[in-house]
Design a protein around this ligand. Sequence first.
Ligand SMILES: [Zn+2]
Length: 58
Amino acid sequence: MDARLLEVLVCPLCKGPLVYDKAAQELICKADRLAFPIRDGIPIMWEDQARVIPVEHP
Ligand SMILES: [Zn+2]
């Protein structure tokens, strides 16, 4: 994915920064625990398309 595009992308909910998970092809908002999918190089920045990240258990 284009690094410049990643720089301008923020979470649509909290407007916070996103973490690019290259392996999973997802953009992750740690604050909301949502993972937005990237399909064919295009980030899908809709809440109803996002995957809820389960809480990690130690
Ligand atoms: Zn967020």
